[in-house]
Write a protein that binds this ligand. Structure first.
Ligand SMILES: Nc1nc2c(ncn2[C@@H]2O[C@H](COP(=O)(O)OP(=O)(O)OP(=O)(O)O)[C@@H](O)[C@H]2O)c(=O)[nH]1
Ligand SMILES: [Mg+2]
Length: 451
Protein backbone atom coordinates (compact mmCIF):
# COMPACT_ATOMS: atom_id res chain seq x y z
CA UNK A 1 0.00 0.00 0.00
CA UNK A 2 1.50 3.28 -1.07
CA UNK A 3 2.13 5.79 1.66
CA UNK A 4 0.24 8.68 0.13
CA UNK A 5 -2.71 9.01 -2.16
CA UNK A 6 -2.06 12.49 -3.52
CA UNK A 7 -0.13 12.93 -6.71
CA UNK A 8 2.91 15.20 -6.76
CA UNK A 9 4.58 16.81 -9.75
CA UNK A 10 7.78 18.80 -10.28
CA UNK A 11 10.53 19.65 -12.71
CA UNK A 12 13.30 17.08 -12.13
CA UNK A 13 16.03 18.81 -14.16
CA UNK A 14 17.70 22.21 -13.52
CA UNK A 15 15.79 25.43 -14.01
CA UNK A 16 16.94 27.11 -17.21
CA UNK A 17 17.25 26.66 -20.93
CA UNK A 18 18.49 23.27 -22.05
CA UNK A 19 18.09 20.64 -24.75
CA UNK A 20 15.63 18.67 -22.66
CA UNK A 21 13.75 19.07 -19.41
CA UNK A 22 12.02 16.33 -17.45
CA UNK A 23 8.82 16.83 -15.52
CA UNK A 24 7.71 14.00 -13.33
CA UNK A 25 4.59 13.07 -11.43
CA UNK A 26 4.12 10.35 -8.83
CA UNK A 27 0.95 9.08 -7.18
CA UNK A 28 -2.42 7.47 -7.68
CA UNK A 29 -3.65 9.80 -10.44
CA UNK A 30 -0.75 9.12 -12.76
CA UNK A 31 -2.18 6.30 -14.93
CA UNK A 32 -5.39 8.22 -15.46
CA UNK A 33 -3.51 11.43 -16.27
CA UNK A 34 -1.30 9.66 -18.79
CA UNK A 35 -4.34 8.25 -20.58
CA UNK A 36 -6.11 11.62 -20.61
CA UNK A 37 -3.12 13.63 -21.83
CA UNK A 38 -1.88 11.24 -24.52
CA UNK A 39 -5.15 9.63 -25.54
CA UNK A 40 -4.06 6.08 -24.77
CA UNK A 41 -3.50 4.13 -21.56
CA UNK A 42 0.22 4.42 -20.77
CA UNK A 43 2.22 1.20 -21.07
CA UNK A 44 4.80 0.56 -18.34
CA UNK A 45 8.51 1.12 -19.02
CA UNK A 46 8.08 2.16 -22.61
CA UNK A 47 9.35 5.49 -23.88
CA UNK A 48 6.54 6.87 -26.07
CA UNK A 49 6.58 9.83 -28.40
CA UNK A 50 3.47 11.99 -28.21
CA UNK A 51 1.84 15.40 -28.23
CA UNK A 52 1.34 16.97 -24.83
CA UNK A 53 -2.05 18.69 -25.00
CA UNK A 54 -3.39 20.59 -22.02
CA UNK A 55 -6.88 20.21 -20.61
CA UNK A 56 -8.36 22.51 -23.27
CA UNK A 57 -6.76 20.47 -26.05
CA UNK A 58 -4.09 23.07 -26.82
CA UNK A 59 -0.80 21.58 -28.00
CA UNK A 60 2.05 22.45 -25.63
CA UNK A 61 5.00 20.39 -26.89
CA UNK A 62 6.18 17.34 -28.70
CA UNK A 63 7.44 15.06 -25.89
CA UNK A 64 8.72 11.62 -24.95
CA UNK A 65 6.99 10.16 -21.92
CA UNK A 66 7.61 7.07 -19.81
CA UNK A 67 5.24 5.43 -17.41
CA UNK A 68 6.47 3.31 -14.46
CA UNK A 69 3.78 1.23 -12.85
CA UNK A 70 3.69 0.80 -9.06
CA UNK A 71 5.47 -0.76 -7.28
CA UNK A 72 8.23 -0.91 -9.91
CA UNK A 73 9.25 2.71 -9.83
CA UNK A 74 11.59 5.04 -7.98
CA UNK A 75 8.92 6.04 -5.43
CA UNK A 76 7.09 2.72 -5.40
CA UNK A 77 4.03 4.56 -6.80
CA UNK A 78 2.88 5.10 -10.38
CA UNK A 79 5.23 7.59 -12.03
CA UNK A 80 4.95 9.52 -15.29
CA UNK A 81 8.09 11.17 -16.67
CA UNK A 82 7.69 13.68 -19.45
CA UNK A 83 10.76 14.85 -21.38
CA UNK A 84 9.95 18.07 -23.14
CA UNK A 85 12.06 20.76 -24.80
CA UNK A 86 14.20 22.51 -22.19
CA UNK A 87 12.27 25.76 -22.14
CA UNK A 88 10.95 27.00 -18.80
CA UNK A 89 7.86 28.44 -20.47
CA UNK A 90 6.95 24.95 -21.75
CA UNK A 91 7.84 23.39 -18.37
CA UNK A 92 5.52 25.79 -16.55
CA UNK A 93 2.72 25.15 -19.04
CA UNK A 94 3.03 21.39 -18.42
CA UNK A 95 3.26 21.78 -14.65
CA UNK A 96 0.26 24.17 -14.58
CA UNK A 97 -1.69 21.63 -16.57
CA UNK A 98 -0.74 18.79 -14.20
CA UNK A 99 -1.75 20.94 -11.22
CA UNK A 100 -5.05 21.78 -12.91
CA UNK A 101 -5.61 18.06 -13.40
CA UNK A 102 -5.24 17.36 -9.66
CA UNK A 103 -1.51 17.08 -8.91
CA UNK A 104 0.14 19.26 -6.31
CA UNK A 105 3.69 20.68 -6.35
CA UNK A 106 6.24 18.30 -4.83
CA UNK A 107 8.27 19.45 -1.84
CA UNK A 108 12.08 19.20 -1.91
CA UNK A 109 13.10 15.54 -1.79
CA UNK A 110 9.51 14.33 -1.75
CA UNK A 111 9.99 11.72 -4.48
CA UNK A 112 12.86 10.16 -2.50
CA UNK A 113 10.94 10.53 0.76
CA UNK A 114 8.12 8.51 -0.80
CA UNK A 115 10.64 5.89 -1.96
CA UNK A 116 11.77 5.61 1.67
CA UNK A 117 8.27 5.61 3.16
CA UNK A 118 7.15 3.00 0.64
CA UNK A 119 10.06 0.77 1.66
CA UNK A 120 11.95 1.02 -1.67
CA UNK A 121 15.11 2.24 0.07
CA UNK A 122 16.31 2.75 3.64
CA UNK A 123 17.29 6.10 5.06
CA UNK A 124 21.02 5.65 4.46
CA UNK A 125 20.24 4.96 0.79
CA UNK A 126 18.07 8.08 0.61
CA UNK A 127 21.01 10.09 1.95
CA UNK A 128 23.25 8.45 -0.64
CA UNK A 129 21.04 9.99 -3.35
CA UNK A 130 22.09 13.46 -2.11
CA UNK A 131 25.72 12.31 -1.90
CA UNK A 132 25.52 11.02 -5.46
CA UNK A 133 24.07 14.27 -6.79
CA UNK A 134 26.75 16.25 -4.96
CA UNK A 135 29.74 13.96 -5.57
CA UNK A 136 32.67 15.93 -7.02
CA UNK A 137 35.32 13.23 -7.12
CA UNK A 138 35.74 9.62 -8.14
CA UNK A 139 36.05 8.46 -4.54
CA UNK A 140 32.95 10.39 -3.44
CA UNK A 141 31.02 8.95 -6.38
CA UNK A 142 32.14 5.39 -5.58
CA UNK A 143 31.23 5.79 -1.91
CA UNK A 144 27.80 7.24 -2.74
CA UNK A 145 27.14 4.38 -5.16
CA UNK A 146 28.09 1.79 -2.55
CA UNK A 147 25.82 3.40 0.02
CA UNK A 148 23.01 3.67 -2.51
CA UNK A 149 23.35 -0.06 -3.09
CA UNK A 150 22.83 -0.57 0.62
CA UNK A 151 26.37 -1.16 1.95
CA UNK A 152 25.72 0.69 5.21
CA UNK A 153 22.18 -0.69 5.50
CA UNK A 154 23.52 -4.24 5.22
CA UNK A 155 26.15 -3.67 7.90
CA UNK A 156 23.54 -2.20 10.20
CA UNK A 157 21.12 -5.03 9.54
CA UNK A 158 23.75 -7.58 10.48
CA UNK A 159 24.60 -5.68 13.66
CA UNK A 160 20.91 -5.22 14.54
CA UNK A 161 20.23 -8.91 14.07
CA UNK A 162 23.10 -9.86 16.42
CA UNK A 163 21.91 -7.25 18.91
CA UNK A 164 18.37 -8.64 18.80
CA UNK A 165 19.73 -12.09 19.66
CA UNK A 166 21.49 -10.65 22.72
CA UNK A 167 18.40 -8.69 23.73
CA UNK A 168 16.17 -11.74 23.31
CA UNK A 169 18.45 -13.75 25.62
CA UNK A 170 18.32 -11.09 28.31
CA UNK A 171 14.59 -10.53 27.99
CA UNK A 172 13.86 -14.24 28.13
CA UNK A 173 15.44 -14.32 31.58
CA UNK A 174 13.50 -11.23 32.71
CA UNK A 175 10.29 -13.07 31.91
CA UNK A 176 11.24 -15.76 34.41
CA UNK A 177 12.09 -13.68 37.47
CA UNK A 178 13.50 -16.54 39.50
CA UNK A 179 16.11 -17.05 36.79
CA UNK A 180 19.22 -14.98 36.51
CA UNK A 181 21.54 -15.15 33.53
CA UNK A 182 23.71 -18.24 33.93
CA UNK A 183 27.43 -17.36 34.00
CA UNK A 184 28.06 -18.87 30.56
CA UNK A 185 25.31 -16.64 29.15
CA UNK A 186 26.87 -13.63 30.81
CA UNK A 187 30.19 -14.35 29.18
CA UNK A 188 28.67 -14.88 25.73
CA UNK A 189 26.64 -11.68 26.22
CA UNK A 190 29.83 -9.84 27.09
CA UNK A 191 31.54 -11.25 24.00
CA UNK A 192 28.57 -10.23 21.82
CA UNK A 193 28.59 -6.69 23.20
CA UNK A 194 32.35 -6.37 22.73
CA UNK A 195 31.98 -7.54 19.14
CA UNK A 196 29.30 -4.93 18.50
CA UNK A 197 31.48 -2.26 20.13
CA UNK A 198 34.34 -3.21 17.83
CA UNK A 199 32.09 -3.11 14.73
CA UNK A 200 30.65 0.25 15.80
CA UNK A 201 34.18 1.54 16.34
CA UNK A 202 35.21 0.39 12.85
CA UNK A 203 32.29 2.26 11.30
CA UNK A 204 33.02 5.36 13.40
CA UNK A 205 36.60 5.30 12.15
CA UNK A 206 35.28 6.02 8.64
CA UNK A 207 33.62 9.23 9.81
CA UNK A 208 36.56 11.56 9.13
CA UNK A 209 37.09 10.12 5.66
CA UNK A 210 33.32 10.35 5.04
CA UNK A 211 33.44 14.03 5.90
CA UNK A 212 36.37 14.55 3.53
CA UNK A 213 34.53 12.69 0.75
CA UNK A 214 31.43 14.82 1.12
CA UNK A 215 33.01 18.25 1.82
CA UNK A 216 36.42 17.90 0.19
CA UNK A 217 39.77 17.46 1.95
CA UNK A 218 40.56 20.64 3.90
CA UNK A 219 44.13 21.33 2.79
CA UNK A 220 45.62 24.46 4.30
CA UNK A 221 48.70 26.16 2.84
CA UNK A 222 50.81 27.66 5.62
CA UNK A 223 54.15 29.42 5.77
CA UNK A 224 55.95 32.67 6.41
CA UNK A 225 55.14 35.76 4.32
CA UNK A 226 56.52 35.62 0.76
CA UNK A 227 57.29 31.88 0.89
CA UNK A 228 55.21 31.50 -2.30
CA UNK A 229 51.97 30.10 -0.82
CA UNK A 230 49.66 31.98 -3.17
CA UNK A 231 51.86 31.16 -6.15
CA UNK A 232 51.65 27.49 -5.13
CA UNK A 233 47.86 27.67 -4.79
CA UNK A 234 47.62 29.11 -8.30
CA UNK A 235 49.87 26.37 -9.64
CA UNK A 236 47.81 23.63 -7.96
CA UNK A 237 44.41 24.94 -9.08
CA UNK A 238 45.66 25.81 -12.55
CA UNK A 239 44.77 29.51 -12.76
CA UNK A 240 45.51 32.86 -11.15
CA UNK A 241 43.19 32.49 -8.18
CA UNK A 242 45.24 34.51 -5.67
CA UNK A 243 47.28 37.70 -5.88
CA UNK A 244 51.00 37.08 -5.95
CA UNK A 245 53.53 39.80 -5.24
CA UNK A 246 57.08 40.21 -4.02
CA UNK A 247 55.76 42.30 -1.14
CA UNK A 248 55.46 40.24 2.06
CA UNK A 249 51.97 40.27 3.54
CA UNK A 250 50.10 40.17 0.20
CA UNK A 251 47.45 37.68 1.36
CA UNK A 252 45.53 39.20 4.23
CA UNK A 253 42.41 37.06 4.42
CA UNK A 254 42.30 33.35 3.68
CA UNK A 255 40.80 32.17 0.40
CA UNK A 256 39.51 28.79 -0.71
CA UNK A 257 39.37 26.88 -3.95
CA UNK A 258 37.99 23.39 -4.52
CA UNK A 259 39.37 21.12 -7.25
CA UNK A 260 39.49 17.44 -8.12
CA UNK A 261 43.00 16.07 -7.61
CA UNK A 262 43.36 12.48 -8.72
CA UNK A 263 40.31 10.68 -7.37
CA UNK A 264 39.78 13.18 -4.55
CA UNK A 265 38.12 16.52 -4.08
CA UNK A 266 40.55 18.90 -2.37
CA UNK A 267 39.62 22.20 -0.78
CA UNK A 268 42.78 24.29 -0.79
CA UNK A 269 42.99 27.26 1.57
CA UNK A 270 45.63 29.91 0.97
CA UNK A 271 46.39 31.86 4.13
CA UNK A 272 48.07 35.01 5.41
CA UNK A 273 51.78 34.43 6.07
CA UNK A 274 52.87 33.59 9.62
CA UNK A 275 54.98 36.48 10.80
CA UNK A 276 56.71 36.49 14.19
CA UNK A 277 56.12 40.22 14.70
CA UNK A 278 53.02 41.15 12.71
CA UNK A 279 51.51 44.59 12.17
CA UNK A 280 47.95 44.94 13.57
CA UNK A 281 46.17 44.11 10.29
CA UNK A 282 48.52 41.17 9.65
CA UNK A 283 47.71 39.93 13.13
CA UNK A 284 44.03 39.65 12.22
CA UNK A 285 44.96 37.61 9.15
CA UNK A 286 47.21 35.33 11.21
CA UNK A 287 44.38 34.66 13.68
CA UNK A 288 42.35 33.40 10.72
CA UNK A 289 45.30 31.33 9.51
CA UNK A 290 45.53 29.64 12.92
CA UNK A 291 41.79 28.91 12.88
CA UNK A 292 42.03 27.27 9.46
CA UNK A 293 45.11 25.28 10.51
CA UNK A 294 43.28 23.98 13.58
CA UNK A 295 40.60 22.27 11.44
CA UNK A 296 42.81 21.21 8.51
CA UNK A 297 42.84 17.60 7.30
CA UNK A 298 46.15 18.19 5.56
CA UNK A 299 48.72 20.98 5.95
CA UNK A 300 51.09 22.10 3.23
CA UNK A 301 53.87 23.87 5.10
CA UNK A 302 55.69 26.06 2.60
CA UNK A 303 59.36 26.95 3.17
CA UNK A 304 61.40 29.33 1.03
CA UNK A 305 64.40 27.30 -0.21
CA UNK A 306 66.68 30.32 -0.02
CA UNK A 307 65.99 31.11 3.61
CA UNK A 308 66.47 29.47 7.00
CA UNK A 309 63.56 27.45 8.40
CA UNK A 310 60.96 29.98 9.51
CA UNK A 311 59.34 30.83 12.79
CA UNK A 312 56.28 28.67 13.53
CA UNK A 313 53.82 29.40 16.34
CA UNK A 314 53.59 26.64 18.96
CA UNK A 315 49.91 25.96 18.19
CA UNK A 316 50.94 25.10 14.61
CA UNK A 317 54.01 23.09 15.57
CA UNK A 318 51.99 20.93 17.95
CA UNK A 319 49.52 20.04 15.15
CA UNK A 320 52.08 18.84 12.65
CA UNK A 321 52.44 15.09 12.20
CA UNK A 322 53.89 13.03 9.33
CA UNK A 323 50.31 11.89 8.64
CA UNK A 324 48.78 15.35 8.21
CA UNK A 325 51.67 17.48 6.95
CA UNK A 326 53.75 17.84 3.83
CA UNK A 327 56.63 20.30 3.92
CA UNK A 328 56.93 22.05 0.56
CA UNK A 329 60.38 23.52 -0.08
CA UNK A 330 59.56 26.17 -2.65
CA UNK A 331 61.66 28.40 -4.92
CA UNK A 332 64.17 25.60 -5.58
CA UNK A 333 64.79 27.26 -8.97
CA UNK A 334 66.70 29.95 -7.02
CA UNK A 335 68.82 27.38 -5.14
CA UNK A 336 69.10 24.27 -7.33
CA UNK A 337 71.75 22.68 -5.11
CA UNK A 338 70.63 23.76 -1.69
CA UNK A 339 71.39 23.84 1.14
CA UNK A 340 67.73 23.79 2.05
CA UNK A 341 65.99 24.74 5.28
CA UNK A 342 65.45 21.73 7.54
CA UNK A 343 61.85 20.66 8.03
CA UNK A 344 60.68 19.91 11.58
CA UNK A 345 61.60 16.41 12.57
CA UNK A 346 60.03 13.43 10.79
CA UNK A 347 57.93 15.51 8.42
CA UNK A 348 58.09 14.45 4.77
CA UNK A 349 59.38 17.18 2.45
CA UNK A 350 59.07 17.81 -1.29
CA UNK A 351 61.09 20.25 -3.34
CA UNK A 352 59.21 22.35 -5.85
CA UNK A 353 59.23 25.60 -7.73
CA UNK A 354 55.74 27.07 -7.81
CA UNK A 355 57.07 29.54 -10.37
CA UNK A 356 58.36 27.00 -12.94
CA UNK A 357 56.15 24.09 -11.90
CA UNK A 358 59.13 21.82 -11.20
CA UNK A 359 58.29 19.15 -8.61
CA UNK A 360 54.59 20.02 -8.60
CA UNK A 361 53.53 16.66 -10.11
CA UNK A 362 55.37 14.92 -7.26
CA UNK A 363 53.63 17.21 -4.80
CA UNK A 364 50.23 16.33 -6.28
CA UNK A 365 51.06 12.60 -6.05
CA UNK A 366 52.15 13.03 -2.44
CA UNK A 367 48.90 14.86 -1.60
CA UNK A 368 46.87 12.08 -3.20
CA UNK A 369 48.88 9.42 -1.31
CA UNK A 370 48.32 11.23 1.97
CA UNK A 371 44.59 11.48 1.42
CA UNK A 372 44.44 7.78 0.47
CA UNK A 373 46.04 6.96 3.81
CA UNK A 374 43.10 8.63 5.60
CA UNK A 375 40.86 5.92 4.24
CA UNK A 376 40.41 3.28 6.94
CA UNK A 377 37.99 1.03 5.06
CA UNK A 378 39.19 -1.21 2.30
CA UNK A 379 36.38 -3.77 2.21
CA UNK A 380 34.45 -4.63 -0.95
CA UNK A 381 31.38 -3.15 0.68
CA UNK A 382 32.98 0.24 1.29
CA UNK A 383 31.37 2.45 3.90
CA UNK A 384 32.11 6.08 4.86
CA UNK A 385 29.56 7.41 7.31
CA UNK A 386 28.15 10.95 7.58
CA UNK A 387 27.64 13.24 10.58
CA UNK A 388 24.15 11.90 11.33
CA UNK A 389 25.41 8.32 11.33
CA UNK A 390 28.32 9.39 13.56
CA UNK A 391 25.94 10.82 16.16
CA UNK A 392 23.83 7.68 16.16
CA UNK A 393 26.87 5.42 16.45
CA UNK A 394 28.34 7.51 19.28
CA UNK A 395 25.05 7.11 21.09
CA UNK A 396 25.14 3.36 20.43
CA UNK A 397 28.71 3.19 21.78
CA UNK A 398 27.66 4.86 25.04
CA UNK A 399 24.80 2.40 25.53
CA UNK A 400 26.99 -0.60 24.63
CA UNK A 401 29.61 0.52 27.13
CA UNK A 402 26.98 1.04 29.81
CA UNK A 403 25.71 -2.49 29.14
CA UNK A 404 29.21 -3.93 29.17
CA UNK A 405 30.03 -2.44 32.59
CA UNK A 406 26.85 -3.91 34.06
CA UNK A 407 27.68 -7.51 33.26
CA UNK A 408 30.45 -8.23 35.82
CA UNK A 409 28.57 -6.43 38.61
CA UNK A 410 25.47 -8.50 37.90
CA UNK A 411 23.10 -5.53 37.83
CA UNK A 412 19.38 -6.18 37.28
CA UNK A 413 18.60 -7.61 33.86
CA UNK A 414 15.99 -4.88 33.22
CA UNK A 415 18.75 -2.27 33.28
CA UNK A 416 20.87 -4.31 30.93
CA UNK A 417 17.91 -4.73 28.57
CA UNK A 418 17.23 -1.03 28.68
CA UNK A 419 20.81 -0.24 27.60
CA UNK A 420 20.53 -2.71 24.74
CA UNK A 421 17.26 -1.15 23.63
CA UNK A 422 19.10 2.18 23.59
CA UNK A 423 21.59 0.61 21.19
CA UNK A 424 18.75 -0.71 19.05
CA UNK A 425 17.21 2.76 18.76
CA UNK A 426 20.53 4.29 17.81
CA UNK A 427 21.26 1.61 15.20
CA UNK A 428 17.68 1.93 13.92
CA UNK A 429 18.13 5.65 13.28
CA UNK A 430 20.75 4.95 10.64
CA UNK A 431 18.59 2.89 8.35
CA UNK A 432 15.48 4.83 9.39
CA UNK A 433 13.51 2.47 11.54
CA UNK A 434 12.33 5.45 13.52
CA UNK A 435 9.11 7.41 13.81
CA UNK A 436 10.66 10.79 14.05
CA UNK A 437 9.03 13.12 11.53
CA UNK A 438 11.46 15.93 12.43
CA UNK A 439 14.52 13.88 11.56
CA UNK A 440 12.92 12.87 8.26
CA UNK A 441 12.03 16.46 7.40
CA UNK A 442 15.57 17.56 8.14
CA UNK A 443 17.05 14.90 5.89
CA UNK A 444 14.74 15.41 2.94
CA UNK A 445 14.94 19.21 3.12
CA UNK A 446 18.53 18.84 1.82
CA UNK A 447 17.22 17.58 -1.52
CA UNK A 448 16.25 19.67 -4.48
CA UNK A 449 12.68 19.82 -5.67
CA UNK A 450 11.94 17.06 -8.17
CA UNK A 451 14.26 14.47 -6.56
N1 LIG B 1 61.84 32.27 -8.11
C1 LIG B 1 60.70 31.93 -7.54
N2 LIG B 1 59.90 32.86 -7.07
C2 LIG B 1 58.73 32.48 -6.51
C3 LIG B 1 58.35 31.14 -6.41
N3 LIG B 1 57.14 31.06 -5.79
C4 LIG B 1 56.79 32.34 -5.53
N4 LIG B 1 57.72 33.20 -5.96
C5 LIG B 1 57.73 34.64 -5.83
O1 LIG B 1 57.74 34.97 -4.45
C6 LIG B 1 56.98 36.15 -4.21
C7 LIG B 1 55.90 35.87 -3.18
O2 LIG B 1 54.96 34.95 -3.70
P1 LIG B 1 53.54 34.80 -3.07
O3 LIG B 1 52.93 33.61 -3.69
O4 LIG B 1 52.79 36.06 -3.13
O5 LIG B 1 53.94 34.48 -1.57
P2 LIG B 1 52.99 34.25 -0.33
O6 LIG B 1 53.60 33.18 0.49
O7 LIG B 1 51.60 34.05 -0.77
O8 LIG B 1 53.14 35.61 0.44
P3 LIG B 1 52.12 36.37 1.43
O9 LIG B 1 50.77 36.33 0.82
O10 LIG B 1 52.69 37.73 1.48
O11 LIG B 1 52.21 35.67 2.74
C8 LIG B 1 56.39 36.54 -5.57
O12 LIG B 1 57.21 37.54 -6.12
C9 LIG B 1 56.48 35.29 -6.38
O13 LIG B 1 56.60 35.51 -7.76
C10 LIG B 1 59.25 30.15 -6.94
O14 LIG B 1 59.02 28.96 -6.90
N5 LIG B 1 60.40 30.61 -7.50
MG1 LIG C 1 49.91 35.06 -0.45
Amino acid sequence: MAYSADTIAALATPVGTSALATVRASGSLVAELGAAIFNEPPRPRLARHGDYRDRTGTLIDDVVYTYFQAPNSYTGEDILEVSCHGNLFIVHKILDDLFARGCRPAEPGEFTKRAFLNGRIDLSQAEAVVDLIQAHSERALAAANQQLRGSLGRRMQDMISRLLDLLANVEACIDFPEEDLPPENRSSLLAGIQQLLADTGRLLATSHYGEMLRDGVKTVILGEPNAGKSCLLNRLVGYERALVSSEPGTTRDYLEERIALGPHCIRFTDTAGLNASPAPLEKLGITKTLERAAVADLILLVFDATRAAPFLPPEILSRLTPQNTLVVINKTDLAPNGPYPRPPENLPAIKVSALTGAGCDELVSAIVRHVESFRMEYSEDFVAINARHTNALNQATECLQAAMYKIPIESPLELLASDLRGVLNAFGEISGKIDNEQILDRIFAKFCIGK
